[in-house]
Design a protein around this ligand. Structure first.
Ligand code: FAD
Length: 498
């Protein structure tokens, strides 16, 4: 337990940093509590943003609705496309693919998820691929998209991160956020209590606040450099610690999925936007050097290169506490797993919502701080396990990196999940967990983990009944799919270039 910070009412909120995290925080807080606060955002044109982070998950749609953003306007402003999932190639084994899609697969029974019925169907020769029963997955593979009534098609976006920050800046400023340009040269803080008094800019300007939000990226200028909360390193589970990013010109219609292709010591991404494609390789520097990674990336690009490749280092892990004293860290300042499964922007959003739910208007109470940290910790640990799953469960043993992944000890929480699914096909979503059962099932099956048995409820159906049940779902998916237009056609009609 930490010492309780001084109990002063919070009116002045200072956001340090204007990347995706800073401007999302400014937008969320100003839209919700703007009238009762004085919100300032400090960013420096001298210090660039990380410049990546272009694939999202469906929760961003909810965030935008909460802000009251116009989706067409957002898409035009950020050159966004729709995303229905991630297509994984060579992860289970070279030459094999699977999709982790949004939405649901098939139809659950209250006692047993759809995977049990599919498993029995498979063993009786009655079922197709697991993905045949998921509309989002089929639509992704057939390159189709449309909004459907009652959120009938779950989607997220691919977007230009730089344009997104600019778009949210306009939104935030129109909701009263004051932007100050300048380099933060000093953080005046009392390390023992975790209390920050002011930021001092290189110009000498002093910015005082009651609550400080650290969005300064990996450097964690406030939470780490000033307050020294400490960092929990997870690089023994998440071996990748480097990335090289590069943008290319589009060579064909933008597909509604992120492509993730496993490589010798990591993986490569491809994210199609309206105006270009984002690419990058993520790798473990203890297995290949930068030159090898760069060579692999450049050898596997399509389209003309638009910028020079840029190397980014990271340390997989999490701050010991993300709220300490009167400082809350969001985005890369709070920690980073790695880009697989595109969860970082989601975590920013969750941090903002959690802060708003626990907002210390009357003064910071340690109970709120502890609750914030407890929830954040639970959430990030389950995402960490989900990301590790992709590396641990694989048939690949063709390189030292993949052999190390297969052989590594994983967290007990994940080891239990894998064992439970392998035994019985059972998987349960818990607490503040992001990924629902269907995500776990898709990735476990996709990575090659086939359960040894299924729930007895599935055995109560005879072959004819089971065949009818599975067939009806597959037909419904196929019928809806046939009505969807091509993704690119839909995007062009939905948000004509601004
Ligand atoms: P930054 O973008 O680094 O911004 C830091 C800000 O702080 C800047 O505005 C800078 O000017 C300011 N600043 C720093 N120091 C000072 C100072 N002294 N004075 C004043 N201002 C200062 N996330 C996803 O959800 N999906 C993805 O597909 C995805 N892909 C990724 C790929 C890679 C290789 C990496 C590394 C990350 C990826 N992420 C992804 C994470 C995502 O990029 C970040 O979560 C997101 O960009 C937020 O970054 P940030 O705002 O925390 O930090």
């Amino acid at each position: 337990m930490q010492e309780t910070p001084p109990n002063t009412a919070v009116r002045r909120v200072v956001i340090a940093g204007g990347g995706t995290a800073g401007w999302m925080a400014a937008a969320g807080i100003s839209r919700t509590l703007g009238p009762m606060l004085d919100i300032v955002l400090v960013e420096s044109d001298e210090i660039p943003t990380v410049g990546v982070g272009e694939a999202t998950i469906p929760t961003l749609v909810t965030f935008h609705r909460a802000l009251g953003l116009d989706e067409r306007e957002f898409m035009a402003a950020t050159q966004a496309t729709f995303k229905l999932g991630i297509r994984f190639a060579d992860w289970k084994a070279r030459g094999e693919e699977y999709v982790h899609s949004f939405g649901t697969t098939g139809k659950d029974h209250w006692s047993a998820g759809f995977q049990h019925f599919w498993h029995r169907g498979r063993s009786r020769g009655l079922a197709g691929d697991y993905g045949d029963y998921c509309l989002e997955l089929r639509a992704a593979l057939e390159d189709r998209f449309a909004h459907l009534p009652e959120n009938g098609l779950n989607y997220a976006f691919h977007m230009d991160a730089g344009l997104y920050a600019r778009y949210l800046r306009r939104f935030s400023e129109s909701h009263g956020v004051r932007r100050i340009e300048g380099r933060i040269a000093e953080v005046q803080a009392d390390r023992a209590s975790g209390n920050i008094e002011a930021l001092v800019l290189a110009s000498g300007e002093r910015i005082e606040g009651d609550l400080f939000i650290d969005c300064t990226g990996f450097r964690g200028l406030l939470i780490e450099q000033a307050l020294g909360v400490g960092y929990e390193d997870w690089s023994h589970w998440l071996l990748c610690d480097s990335a090289i990013a590069v943008q290319t010109a589009s060579v064909g219609p933008a597909v509604p999925y992120t492509r993730s292709t496993a490589r010798e010591a990591g993986w490569q991404w491809r994210i199609p936007l309206q105006h270009r494609v984002g690419n990058g390789i993520v790798y473990a520097s203890r297995y290949i050097d930068d030159a090898q990674a760069r060579e692999t990336l450049l050898a596997n690009l399509q389209g003309e290169r638009l910028v020079e490749p840029r190397t980014i280092r990271f340390r997989p892990g999490q701050r010991e506490r993300t709220w300490h004293g009167n400082c809350v860290a969001l985005g890369l300042a709070s920690g980073f797993l790695e880009p697989l499964e595109s969860t970082s922007i989601h975590l920013i959003q969750r941090g903002i919502i959690r802060l708003l739910q626990l907002f210390p208007a009357a003064g910071i109470r340690q109970t709120d701080v502890d609750e914030y940290n407890r929830q954040s910790r639970e959430e990030i640990e389950s995402i960490r396990d989900f990301v590790i799953l992709h590396y641990k469960v694989t048939d690949r043993d063709d390189t030292p990196f993949w052999r190390a992944c297969r052989e590594m000890q994983v967290p007990d929480s994940l080891a239990h999940r894998i064992a439970l699914f392998a035994d019985s096909g059972r998987v349960f979503r818990e607490g503040f967990e992001l990924f629902a059962e269907n995500s776990w099932v898709q990735v476990m099956l996709g990575q090659g983990l086939v359960p040894r048995s299924h729930h007895p409820t599935a055995d109560l159906m005879d072959d004819a009944e089971l065949s009818r049940f599975l067939g009806q779902i597959r037909e419904r998916v196929a019928r809806t799919l046939a009505q969807l237009p091509a993704h690119e056609t839909y995007v062009r009609g939905y948000c004509p270039a601004a």
